[in-house]
Design a protein around this ligand. Sequence first.
Ligand SMILES: [Ca+2]
Ligand SMILES: [Ca+2]
Length: 80
Amino acid sequence: MTNAMKLKSTLFATLFAGASTVAMAQGVEFATVDTDGDGMLSMDEIKTLLPDVPDDQLVAADANGDGMLDESEYQVLTGG
Ligand SMILES: [Ca+2]
Ligand SMILES: [Ca+2]
């Protein structure tokens, strides 16, 4: 392996590590997270599929403070 190739693979590893949480959240559909299909995401449902999302982000995304995320609140959480 050349030095240039080593540098490239190190750079890619760094980029992927930095982006992993956001990329993962963005890649999961609302319907996938809503495991009981009631149209709302409980904090338990979110934590099962997205265990790396910090609590403060979940609280911030819950715009109406009902302890659940609807589809529009989930879009805010995932930046969609
Ligand atoms: Ca649900
Ligand atoms: Ca809510």
